[in-house]
Ligand binder design. Structure first.
Ligand code: MG
Length: 248
């Protein structure tokens, strides 16, 4: 006998689904324990179904160009060690919800692109720029949260240097058939709770002073963090694979 469940069974079918309006038999969402928000003093806790890439303890989930990642870990964060190169997550993933926290050096040195520069590279090749753009003019498509070299953020929501900042990113990987692009990558970026991009299409991988078309690649890739020579810090990095709607 069917379980007595709240809802209705004498309502119309919702177009495009096999479910009735308020269908009592429609599977209910699974429970996720929500994240504990971070504060300036301490990183929060990821949601219960997140894959944690960095929990503040070590870089075991990361690789450097010649083996282990060589960035510094202390006080619950990692910090770029200039000259050791970019680091990549050992996990490869595609469509996702990604959370990254970063802080530019408190001591202000340099200007434009030479102040707190790093980057969050989805799939190792599509950069959401990390830069201290608090009172630091630079070219529009190179500021904090820019799709670097392609699209400026809608607004500049940068916190002061030294303060922890959050990126929450919804990433849809590009799809290929052979060498053909079936659908470009799309990204939504929220910086410190403020929307910077909404479902914005990328024209191709990130490059510098030029444009580059897509090159076909798998549907998953690593997260890469950039060594641009500045002492940028990161903490509380996690992602969730994008759940699918159940409309069967
Ligand atoms: Mg950068």
């Amino acid at each position: 006998m069917a379980e007595q469940r709240p809802g209705n069974d004498d309502t119309p079918i919702i177009p495009g689904t096999n479910y009735k309006v308020h269908d009592s038999q429609r599977p209910r969402p699974r429970v996720v324990e929500p994240p504990e928000p971070s504060t300036q003093e301490s990183p929060g806790r990821p949601p219960s179904d997140a894959v944690v890439l960095f929990d503040g303890k070590d870089l075991s989930n990361w690789a450097g160009k010649n083996g282990p990642a060589e960035w510094k870990v202390e006080n619950g964060y990692m910090e770029v060690v200039p000259g050791t190169g970019n680091i990549e997550s050992r996990s490869h993933f595609g469509d996702c919800q990604l959370h990254v926290e970063w802080a530019a050096p408190e001591k202000v040195e340099g200007d434009s692109q030479k102040r707190g520069n790093s980057g969050v590279f989805l799939m190792g090749q599509y950069e959401i720029q990390v830069l201290d753009t608090y009172d630091n003019p630079t070219y529009a498509d190179g500021g904090a949260g820019a799709i670097y070299g392609q699209c400026p953020p809608l607004v500049n929501a940068c916190r002061r240097p030294g303060e922890w900042q959050t990126y929450d990113i919804i990433w849809i990987a590009p799809r290929f058939e052979g060498d053909k692009v079936l659908s470009p990558a799309r990204v939504t970026v929220i910086h410190n709770g403020v929307l910077l991009h909404h479902d914005k299409e990328l024209i191709g991988p990130t490059t510098h002073k030029t444009v580059k078309p897509y090159t076909a690649h798998p549907v998953t890739g690593p997260l890469m963090l950039q060594d641009h020579g500045d002492l940028v810090r990161f903490r509380n990095i996690w992602y969730r694979d994008l759940p699918k709607y159940d409309e069967s």
